[in-house]
Every structure is written in C-alpha cells, then in structure tokens.
Design a protein around this ligand. Structure first.
Ligand code: GMT
Length: 377
C-alpha cells in the first residue's frame, strides 16, 4: 500500500509512534510518505520505501500566525496526486485531522477518493482538544475520518465522554521495537553514574506540567534518605528551570543529573533500577513501555491508560495521582534486592505483549478494512 503519514516531527510520543510505525511498514514493503514541517527525529533510517515531504508555510506580514493547516492540506493534495497514495494516516487530531479532511474534499472534486485514518494520542483529546477553541473542529474531524483509532481503552472512553462521537473507535495500543529497546551491557556507565553502588531512578518526559516532575523530585528526596540513590532526568521542556530550582531547594543537586534530550535513551534505561511516571494525564505512557522493555519496573500514577500497561504489584506499582507517600513506599519495596529481579522479569514479559510485530498487523488490517469500505461505498 502507498500510505501518507502526517505527524509532529518532534520527540513527543505521537511523533515517535507515527515514525516508528512508518519505518516498520516500510520494512514490510509498504511505501510510506511522511508529510510534516520537518524531518521526524526518529526518521534516521534509510529505506527505499521511505519518503519525506516537507510542508512549507509561506510568511506574509498579514498573518498573525502562519496558516500551517492550509499549507499541510495543500501539500497532502499534491503528494496524493504525485505519488498516488492509497490512504492517509494522521497522528494527533489538531490540526492534522481537519487538514486531512480538507485534502480529502479537494481530491473528491478531482474524482479521487482518499481514505483518512486518524489516530488520537492523548492531549489532542484530554487537554487541548476539549478546549472550546478547538472542540467543534475536533468533533467534526473525528466523525468525518474514515477510521479512528486510540492508543488505549482509556483514551477511547475519554474521547466518547468528551466529544459527540458517532464513529466506531478501534483501540490499537502503542508498540515497542524490542530489538532496539533491550537491556544493554552498560556497566561502565552505571559505575560512572553510581560509583558507590547507588540505586538509579530514572524519569524521561517533555517536562510539561502534566508529568508532575515535582513528584519525581519528592519521591527521590524521600527514597534517598534511607537508600543510597541517584536520579537521572531525561528530556527537557517548560518545567526544567523550576525543577532544577526544586532540586537545589531540597539539596539534591549532587545526586540529580539533567541529561536533556537523548537519542539513545535505551542506554540510560539499561542502567536504571526504577522508572518514575507520576503523570496527571497519560493516554498510554510510551516512555514507561520503553523502560519495561529494558527490564525496568515502573512506579506510576493511575492516570489514563497507564494501568493498561503497568500491572500493579507485578511490573511495578500504581498509586493515586499525587500520592507521593505511597509512591515512596512502593519504590523502597521495589528496590529491595529480593524484589527487584522479579519485577524486572515481569516488566520485560509485559513489554513483549506490545512488541511491534504483534501490533503492526492490527494497523494493516485497519487500513485494508477502511479502504475496502470506501471502495464499496
Ligand atoms: O506525553 C506527552 O506530552 C506527549 C504526547 C504526544 O502527543 O506526543 O504523548 C501522548 O501520546 C503518546 C503516544 O501515543 C502517549 O504514550 C502519551 O501517554 C500521550 N501523553 C498524554 O496523554 C499526556
């Protein structure tokens, strides 16, 4: 199949899922065309079936903000006409689903049918999408998509509760490449970070408020009182300066390291003992899945789709959002030498359920069904 993929090209979860999906489909022989404003960060891979089409938004003094959605819709039309795409898969509703709809209508006038599949990722529904500034357009473009998928049951429920959804939604969970995400032998790195055999706690995110990184710092501050430990924070974002200050206020600066955005996050996860995800909202928790694939158990909140991934008492522990005391108790239990190996094993076993080879066919079947339905009607 010739598939167009529209996504955010950034480090964010939806962009990562879209890019990894495109790469895997290309390896299976599909022709994949990424259409976005810059080269997706994970598109660091050469394959004869992978193409990238940049969206350029011309600037004009009259525009207060660049009309990206219009430029994207036009670019989709052009790519479909040139490359004869069979289907368009947009990731993240805003503004990709409505741009897809517009492109579809333009192509219809030219006698071309373009089925559009929309994958909802989380904040496009739970935070931004439900804002009155976007809600009517998001509702409309979900209902006008030929296929709609969400990355968890929880996000499907949120979508149905927050929007007047008339479309059937299929849950296709996020996935992991276990060839890349696996526990690597990085003892020298562990010794450098933890020279006195400290336990290592890790958090990775885009440092937005919803991630509740202040809870990560508080958990670490408490754990460190009884257990020799270090904390690595991977990623960056709006909360970073505040979190750095919080670490200094708690006197933790010598035991916390900010690593910024990292491409080889699996190397850090390979030396971790516990992964912390106390998020306030999380449709799936891809970062936790990456940790589990590297045999790292997860201490998390019970937000959104996290309980579909992290099994309480097996692959880690789940607490109410903001219940730092419970998260500290659970972390200390996990870190005990007699418990950690069991939780590590369970985490890997659970990650295997989300292996890309198990999930990819679900997307392929979804595409086939949507295309057949469209051709029949
Ligand atoms: O977590 C973020 O803030 C980034 C966000 C995104 O849209 O890129 O991630 C969302 O999509 C990921 C991939 O499907 C999910 O694993 C994350 O749980 C989800 N984030 C939220 O729902 C807050």
């Amino acid at each position: 199949m010739k598939i167009g993929i529209v996504c955010y090209p950034t480090y964010g979860g939806s962009g990562v899922v879209a890019t990894e999906l495109g790469k895997a489909l290309a390896q299976k022989g599909h022709q994949i065309h990424f259409i976005t404003y810059s080269q997706p960060v994970r598109l660091n891979f050469l394959n004869e079936n992978l193409f990238f089409h940049a969206v350029y938004v011309p600037n004009y003094p009259l525009f207060q903000s660049p009309p990206y959605e219009l430029a994207l819709a036009s670019r989709i039309v052009e790519v479909v006409l040139q490359e004869k795409l069979d289907l368009l898969h947009v990731h993240y509703a805003i503004p990709h689903a409505s741009a897809g709809y517009m492109a579809k209508q333009i192509l219809k006038k030219k006698g071309i049918y373009l089925p559009v599949v929309t994958t909802l990722h989380g904040t496009d529904i739970t935070l931004v999408g439900k804002d009155a500034s976007f809600e009517p357009v998001v509702t409309f473009s979900i209902n006008e998509s030929d296929g709609v998928t969400t990355v968890s049951e929880s996000l499907k429920n949120d979508t149905c509760n927050l929007f007047q959804v008339e479309k059937e939604i299929q849950v296709i969970p996020n996935f992991i490449d276990l060839e890349r995400f696996k526990k690597l032998e990085k003892n020298h790195f562990k010794t450098a970070i933890c020279p006195n055999n400290e336990k290592l706690l890790v958090h990775t995110s885009n440092f937005r408020k919803v991630k509740r990184i202040q809870d990560v710092v508080e958990i670490f501050s408490e754990v460190r009182k009884t257990t020799k430990s270090k904390l690595l924070l991977v990623g960056d974002g709006p909360e970073q300066v505040y979190i750095e200050k919080l670490c200094r206020d708690y006197g933790l600066q010598d035991d916390v390291r900010f690593l910024g955005k990292l491409d080889a996050v699996e190397e850090v996860l390979s030396i971790a003992d516990v992964f912390l995800m106390p998020s306030e909202s999380e449709s799936f928790g891809l970062a936790a899945l990456e940790a589990m694939a590297c045999e790292v158990p997860v201490i998390s909140s019970n937000a959104g789709g996290i309980p579909e991934l992290n099994i309480n008492g097996e692959t880690g522990f789940i607490s109410e959002i903001g219940d730092v005391k419970d998260m500290v108790k659970n972390t200390l239990f996990l870190l005990k030498d007699e418990n950690l190996p069991i939780f590590r094993k369970n985490a890997l076993k659970q990650a295997k359920r989300f292996e890309i080879a198990n999930i990819l066919p679900q997307y392929e079947e979804h595409y086939e069904r949507i295309r057949e339905l469209g051709i029949r009607n």
